[in-house]
Design a binder for this molecule. Structure first.
Ligand SMILES: Cc1cc2nc3c(=O)[nH]c(=O)nc-3n(C[C@H](O)[C@H](O)[C@H](O)COP(=O)(O)OP(=O)(O)OC[C@H]3O[C@@H](n4cnc5c(N)ncnc54)[C@H](O)[C@@H]3O)c2cc1C
Length: 489
């Protein structure tokens, strides 16, 4: 990525300045990036450009932004690199059962995704989770504790309650996460630092450490303590609601793909799948986006929704702000992946936590009965600890946890190595949570969305939807202001 000083502006101030210059008969060339083509003296009519807005990325942030703009009559193009929609959500099939290889759990306490489910008639499907038959904790040493679900619940719940004890005071308004100055004062505290101060017992430590590794997608000494507390605060500062919101309910009626498609269908946007954006150029009047197959499209504005770690693959001219480049280089971690395993036997309703550095951080039964056997879903916080393509290595760990069970099939999705995500769910490195708003700031004709830029449930589908709504509003306002001040339509 390049970084140049000159940002073609579309902010209220710049639009007013541009309008003043035009009305005074002054060319706007002084604002052009060095070496750029001569630029028009006036914002072109929308029909001079291919589209009003180009949305880059067809995950939940992208389809939501496209819908927010499309329903307002904007001509929207959505460019998606993969041959499918959904981004880090992926409704697939494993052994004849519908499964979610990416983002999955939703809850009515997540207001943005719940509103979308309501709008498009999607319901909740419950996964087993409650009334567990068996629970395991693999300690960091690799030793397995086979404990009763009530003992498991006691350790896990009490540890989270202790860890999140300050959440109500620190985050009385979780959607304004820095409302209390104490949050910024704690920005250099890692999840591990805070956990160490609590004097937890072995089981409490192991379950909580696994949970934090899961959220960080990294060891808890790298993971921001306050960012986790904010999510807990969003779940009404309640451990039970928090658990339900992260593990218990999926989207019925087509899964995440069904909801994503419904939002996009409503947008009326033109959609081009399999289009990898390579370059984004903005000048005084327009955005030009080039894909790796050499096609170029133009628009008045673009919404970038690619995952943070993918930004470096796109050449932005002029370059993005220093603040964004630092965020992109440092802020996010999440070495996560997802794995499904089918066992021949009915193992019942199980849940296991494997403490770091054991790779299979959380293992949850998805389907079980005597005829079919069992499918467990494994979420890895640190996929780099194991080669997921090495089925012998995967089987060896599974056999330790479920010694009598025979493995019938294994299927995985490695989000951390996928070139269009390079990470799983959004997570903030210690010291970087307080800077996420930099990533959301518009730059000229560029607007930014994506789960990591959300005020609320940033590690979730909900955060992606929230960010798409916000970016849609910003684009609408900016285009309306531009058109009011230049007379362009
Ligand atoms: C394994 C896993 C489990 C998760 N569990 C949950 C959960 O239970 N509940 C929950 O709510 N959330 C969960 N999440 C998080 C949630 O899925 C994400 O936060 C959310 O889907 C992010 O949406 P997004 O639109 O911001 O980004 P994305 O979904 O990543 O969308 C970005 C899009 O940009 C595209 N793109 C990338 N590069 C380019 C390019 N150069 N040109 C064009 N397009 C490009 C990508 O292909 C992608 O479609 C999970 C995620 C993972 C991976």
């Amino acid at each position: 990525m390049n970084n140049q000083d000159s940002k073609p502006p579309i902010t209220r101030r710049s639009v007013l300045m541009a309008a003043a210059a035009v009305s005074a008969g002054t060319a706007l060339q002084s604002c052009a990036p060095p070496g750029d083509q001569p630029i028009a003296k006036q914002t072109p009519k929308s029909h001079d450009l291919d589209f009003d807005v180009i949305v880059i990325g067809g995950g939940f942030a992208g389809v939501t932004a496209a819908r927010e703009l499309g329903v307002e009559g904007k001509r929207v193009l959505l460019l998606e690199a993969r041959p499918r929609l959904g981004g880090r959500t992926f409704t697939g099939n494993f052994q004849g059962k519908k499964v979610e290889f990416g983002g999955s759990a939703v809850h009515w306490i997540q207001p943005h995704v719940f509103a979308e489910m309501q709008r498009y008639g999607k319901g909740f499907e419950e996964v087993p989770l409650v009334d567990l038959d068996a629970t395991n904790v693999m300690l960091s040493s690799g030793e397995i504790k086979r404990i009763s679900p009530s003992e498991f619940g006691e350790a896990y719940d009490s540890a989270r309650i202790a860890f999140c004890a300050g959440s109500k005071e620190l985050f009385p308004r979780p959607y304004s996460p820095f409302f209390k100055p104490g949050v910024l004062e704690l920005s250099n505290v890692s999840a591990a630092d805070h956990m160490e101060s609590l004097g937890l017992n072995e089981l409490q430590k192991a379950t909580l450490n696994a949970e934090l590794t899961l959220y960080g997608g990294a060891p808890p000494d790298e993971f921001s303590y306050t960012s986790f507390l904010k999510i807990y605060a969003l779940a009404a500062w309640d451990y039970y609601v928090f658990s339900d919101s992260e593990k218990r309910y999926k989207i019925s009626d087509g899964g995440t793909l069904g909801l994503c498609q419904a939002i996009l269908d409503h947008s009326g946007a033109e959609v081009r799948l399999g289009k990898v954006v390579a370059k984004v150029h903005q000048d005084q009047n327009a955005i030009r986006v080039e894909t790796t197959d050499g096609q170029t499209v133009s628009a008045k504005a673009a919404v970038i929704t690619v995952p943070t770690k993918v930004y470096d693959d796109i050449d932005f001219t002029p370059g993005l702000s220093n603040e964004k480049r630092e965020f992109i280089a440092n802020a996010e971690m999440c070495d996560g992946a997802c794995l499904f395993v089918r066992f021949k036997q009915n193992l019942g309703n199980t849940f296991s936590f494997c403490d770091d550095p054991n790779p299979f951080t959380a293992i949850q039964t998805e389907y079980f009965d005597d005829d079919f056997g069992t499918i467990v879903k494994v979420t890895l916080g640190r996929q780099s600890l194991i080669d997921l393509n090495d089925h012998d290595a995967v089987s060896a760990v599974m056999k330790r946890l479920f010694p009598k069970a025979e493995i019938e099939a294994i299927s995985s999705y490695n989000w951390a190595t996928d070139p269009f995500s390079r990470q799983a769910w959004p997570s903030y490195r210690v010291g970087w949570f307080s800077k996420y708003k930099e990533m959301a700031k518009p730059e000229g004709r560029l607007f930014f969305a994506g789960g990591a830029t959300a005020d609320g449930w940033h590690a979730y589908i909900d955060g992606a939807v929230e960010s798409g709504i916000r970016a849609g509003r910003e684009v609408r306002q900016a285009l309306a202001e531009e058109s009011a001040s230049t007379g362009a339509s």
